[in-house]
Design a protein around this ligand. Structure first.
Ligand code: SAM
Length: 247
């Protein structure tokens, strides 16, 4: 790993190629094929690429988390991915905004160029889209995957991890809710409260051309923490405790 010193990760953002993680999986399982279970990527904006999905699964294979938390359920594709590629006993908790009564009756908004070019318009579009459609991929999922997922409905900026029994509970936290600086900062502060000593915290939209606040926040965070950006993806993550030794 770039910036490594003496088995520890140096502060700052280090870049790694995806294959650095895949090599670790090969070393862990030299005699078998490691498969994963993934939906064909959705055409809706706001989802993960296939490569990004494979990175989340690679981290799941390497770190064997049993408690996952996701900020930003959206259509539920990543909750489903984590449910389908984790141990049977694993739990996925995912939070999105509460849905107002009747929102589902509204048609899903069509994405236009503005939604793809302006970060706050994009976030607003994602919120309206999920209000109209719900977490469709989770709702259609097989019961064995649905059973692993707990959904919370609240504004993550008002999340109280202690009151909700979420403190120090999670070993895998994925931050992909609101992309403005304030929301990313609050979600990250909560993620740190919710993380076990041995854990990974992952941000989506790092190095995005659209959600530049995520990059600005993570770059600032990296002044006091080692962060790894996976090239050719918008994923950046920080590992804590003994998980550092696995990187
Ligand atoms: C990019 S989408 C999440 C994509 C999802 N993680 C996936 O991989 O498929 C962002 C989601 O965050 C939700 N969101 C935005 N601001 C939020 C907030 N303050 N609290 C909770 N959820 C929020 C939006 O409603 C939207 O569903």
């Amino acid at each position: 790993m770039d910036n490594d010193s003496g088995g520890g990760l140096g502060y700052g953002v280090s870049k790694i190629r995806p294959k650095r993680l895949f090599e670790k999986i090969e070393a862990l399982s030299p005699d078998r094929n490691v498969m994963f279970n993934v939906m064909i990527p959705t055409s809706a904006i706001g989802g993960l690429t296939l490569l990004e999905s494979s990175i989340l699964v690679a981290l799941t294979v390497l770190l064997a988390p049993s408690e996952f938390f996701e900020f930003g359920t959206y259509h539920g594709a990543t909750s489903l991915l984590l449910a389908a590629n984790s141990a049977d006993h694993a739990r996925i908790t995912t939070v999105d905004l509460p849905r107002s009564p009747g929102a589902r009756a509204a048609p899903a908004p069509a994405a236009d160029a503005l939604h793809l070019q302006n970060d706050s318009e994009n976030d607003d579009y994602l919120r309206r889209s999920v209000a109209a459609t719900g977490a469709i991929h989770l709702e259609r999922a097989e019961p064995r995957y649905q059973r692993k997922v707990d959904r919370l409905y609240c504004d993550s900026r008002a999340l109280d991890p202690v009151a909700l029994g979420l403190a120090r509970r999670f070993d895998f936290i994925f931050i992909d809710g609101g992309h403005d600086f304030e929301t990313v900062a609050i979600d990250t502060a909560n993620a740190l409260r919710m993380a076990k000593d041995d854990s990974v915290i992952i941000w989506h939209d790092y190095a995005s051309n659209l959600h530049r606040d995520v990059t600005r926040f993570v770059d600032g965070f990296s002044r006091h923490h080692a962060v790894i950006h996976v090239e050719n993806t918008m994923l950046a993550f920080t590992v804590r405790g003994r998980f550092k030794g696995l990187m």
